[in-house]
Design a protein around this ligand. Structure first.
Ligand SMILES: [Zn+2]
Length: 493
């Protein structure tokens, strides 16, 4: 006499001979498939769509079927399963379901809440064009892949969510994507949460719509991760950030989000920039071309470091990854890129509005540096910009005009000492001055000429003297204004 199955409450069956589980629950690939199929059919007919802790030993094809309150909690599919074009009504549960092979659910429709939390995919999962009319929970879901051999020749498709529609909230927090994931052209119409999600490979959100709150907080990225958001649109509050401010332990060092991750934010439409925040994020490998950045909040962001040998402070300046890429593509030195220039202008304005002037100074430098190579610029304007850069670091350098002014003072003093200036005194037999006194006099005279103070004691001697004085005055004014500009920039900070 067989005993009841341990899960009798679910299946209503007797245990298999010598076992304590029925044909549906027995965890073995070796069970009789015909009996299993027969039992499964009867179970669906009489007891509905509760498949809790079922063990599916064969390929399962549920495609185009209708489910009511389907519950696959803790069940296991040892071979591939298809739910393609299925209709799920009521609440659907796939909690902690294990799928050892491919899981195909493309085109399915969930009218009620769908719960995939803690599900494990070891084969590929295909959610192409799945429509979730209510909430979709994928928290702690694991998208892994053990059966890699079959993809040796073709690119790994990864977790496929292409063109999926999430009409209410979607939760992917703490999910693990051990493989790539494709959310391109998907639509998140409600709030979506990717906080603490772990990414290990390429994740695509291109042309994806985000209409509600989109959270990417404390996303954990492995090496060689790249996130592609190109062409996507964000309408609601959008946060890319390191771990939540309050979650950090007191002694924990502040780490940046997206460390070393390539993020493609090309041509992204942030409809309300005041709702978009990048906090404590590494954007040094982020592409931003054609994306309007003015008004976006950047806090504690790390930008790309651009090395200009001419940069006044002897350090790299904060710049954008797009400029580095643009310069790398060209072997014939620097060239112009209108989008990079526009990007710098946007970032400059962004930081200016936030009164963060040292940062806006760097972006100002980047903008001017790009501008200088514009083919539309007249040669004379280009030369002017070149002088502005060399002598004043585009108004950002104090060191350069000071050095230039000192050199001018030195050269003109030497010239005056050797005859470019003569004594104003009528009496030629005036007391003879020592060499030191004469030198000091030349320096004082040159200084006064440069800064447009009325010189005493000496006056220009002959044509040469006149020329020296004129050049000195012109350059003196130029350097002085560059110094004043740099000082003003510094005081604003
Ligand atoms: Zn059972």
């Amino acid at each position: 006499m067989s005993e009841e199955c341990q899960d009798f409450e679910i299946c209503g069956l007797l245990a298999e001979p010598g076992e304590n589980l029925c044909i549906l629950h027995l965890k073995s690939d070796a069970k009789n498939l015909l009996n299993f199929d027969e039992a499964l059919k009867r179970h669906r007919g009489s007891r509905g769509d509760r498949f809790i802790r079922f063990f599916f030993p064969s390929k399962i094809d549920f495609s185009t079927k209708k489910f009511q309150n389907a519950d696959f909690t803790d069940s296991l599919f040892s071979l591939s399963v298809s739910f393609a074009a299925c209709k799920f009504e009521g609440t659907s549960k796939f909690c902690a379901t294990q799928c050892l092979s491919s899981f195909d659910i493309q085109g399915a429709l969930f009218s009620g809440d769908a719960d995939f939390s803690n599900i494990v995919f070891l084969g590929d999962s295909d959610f192409f064009q799945v429509r979730f009319k209510r909430s979709a929970l994928f928290d702690n879901a694991r998208f892994d892949e053990e059966i890699r051999e079959k993809y040796q020749d073709e690119p790994d498709p990864g977790a496929q969510f292409k063109e999926a529609a999430f009409e209410k909230k979607a939760i992917f927090s703490s999910a693990f994507f051990g493989i790539g994931a494709d959310f391109s052209s998907a639509a998140f119409l409600g709030d979506v949460n990717f906080s603490k999600t772990k990414f290990q490979s390429l994740v695509t959100f291109s042309r994806t719509k985000f209409e509600g709150l989109a959270e990417f907080k404390g996303v954990d990225c492995g090496q060689n991760v790249s996130l592609n958001f190109s062409g996507s649109s964000f309408k609601g509050r959008t946060i890319f950030a390191a771990k939540g401010e309050n979650e950090r332990l007191p002694n924990e060092e502040e780490s940046l989000a997206f460390e070393n991750v390539e993020i493609d934010l090309t041509d992204v439409d942030f409809s309300d920039k005041s709702k978009v925040s990048f906090r404590h994020a590494d954007l040094s490998k982020t592409k931003l071309l054609h994306t309007e950045v003015k008004g976006i909040e950047f806090v504690g962001v790390r930008w790309a470091q651009v090395h200009d040998y001419t940069w006044p402070r002897g350090r790299a300046r904060n710049g954008v990854f797009d400029e580095i890429l643009h310069n790398q593509q060209r072997s014939d030195g620097k060239t112009y890129s209108a989008p990079v220039e526009a990007l710098y202008r946007g970032l400059k304005k962004n930081y200016e509005e936030r009164q963060y002037h040292s940062m806006s100074g760097d972006f100002h430098y980047g903008e001017k540096e790009m501008r200088r190579h514009s083919p539309q610029l007249r040669q004379s304007h280009k030369r002017l910009l070149w002088i502005y850069r060399v002598l004043g670091g585009y108004g950002e350098s104090l060191k350069r005009p000071v050095i230039a002014a000192s050199l001018l003072l030195l050269v003109s003093s030497v010239l005056c000492y050797f005859g470019a200036a003569e004594s104003q005194a009528k009496n030629v037999n005036a007391a003879k001055l020592s060499i030191l006194q004469e030198s000091v006099q030349s320096v004082i005279y040159s200084f006064r000429v440069m800064f447009l103070l009325r010189p005493d004691e000496l006056r220009p001697a002959g044509i040469l003297g006149q020329a020296v004085q004129t050049i000195q005055m012109t350059l003196g004014v130029l350097f002085l204004s560059l110094i004043a500009l740099a000082v003003r920039q510094r005081l604003r900070r």
